[in-house]
Design a protein around this ligand. Structure first.
Ligand SMILES: CC(C)(COP(=O)(O)OP(=O)(O)OC[C@H]1O[C@@H](n2cnc3c(N)ncnc32)[C@H](O)[C@@H]1OP(=O)(O)O)[C@@H](O)C(=O)NCCC(=O)NCCS
Length: 202
């Protein structure tokens, strides 16, 4: 997609980026999870092990991903694409960039939770090699919801390859990236992410 950039932010993001993420959250979550809201996002992203990635198309924010990186594990806290831009490969590109970033910074494994009934998200994760490790029954069920396995949380994970080379010359750009609240733009990256069998448990 032309004019696509991904910003990776580690540490507390500037206020304008917080607003951008909060707006995208409201647009895109549509009942899939409780909203974090600006204050929740600010508190979460203030942690030194937390990060955010924002994919923009022609300077318009289109998708975001929240994650943590700690003790060799990357946890995906949230990912969402603006409703009008879904099913164009944006979510996959963004997640691939986050996984590549995590692998580059020493993570070997990625974890997340997803509602069993959220088929779009499950397919996205499965397409990148995530598999189900466990279930939290009824985890997403609210008081008025009828009983349904759709509300179960599936615990998913994938193992990241130790070395993930970018497919184009974005490596130098990423080398200058992100720490302690600084941001860097990374132009049109396509990372081959091997979450599959090659580098599983060593
Ligand atoms: C899940 C979500 C982030 C996917 O973003 P996206 O930009 O539409 O995803 P992509 O276009 O990159 O799709 C990648 C793959 O995911 C799967 N997928 C995405 N949307 C799908 C849908 N509506 N139905 C079935 N599969 C879907 C497909 O396997 C797709 O690959 P394909 O198009 O080659 O078949 C998006 O649907 C979203 O924002 N949902 C609301 C927020 C949410 O539920 N987040 C996850 C919380 S755990």
């Amino acid at each position: 997609m032309h004019g696509t950039t991904i910003q990776l932010i580690r540490g507390a993001p500037p206020s304008a980026l917080l607003e951008t993420i909060a707006e995208l959250e409201v647009q895109s979550m549509q009942g899939e999870a409780a909203l974090w809201g600006r204050a929740g996002l600010e508190a979460t992203l203030a942690a030194p092990h937390a990060g955010a990635a924002i994919l923009s198309v022609e300077d318009q924010a289109a998708a975001y991903c929240l994650f943590t990186m700690l003790a060799g594990e990357c946890e995906i806290l949230q990912i969402a694409t603006a409703p009008g831009l879904q099913r164009r490969g944006i979510g996959r590109s963004l997640l691939q960039a986050v996984l590549a970033h995590a692998a580059k910074h020493g993570c070997e494994r990625t974890l997340l939770e997803v509602r069993r009934g959220n088929l779009a998200a499950r397919r996205l994760y499965e397409s990148l090699g995530f598999s189900v490790d466990g279930v939290r029954r009824g985890y997403y069920r609210h008081g008025g919801d009828p009983p349904s396995t759709d509300h179960d949380a599936l615990l998913m994970s994938c193992w990241l390859a130790a070395q993930i080379p970018p497919t184009r010359s974005a490596a130098n750009t990423e080398d200058s990236e992100v720490s302690d609240g600084q941001t860097a733009q990374i132009a049109r990256i396509t990372y081959p992410v091997d979450c599959g069998t090659a580098d599983r448990i060593r």
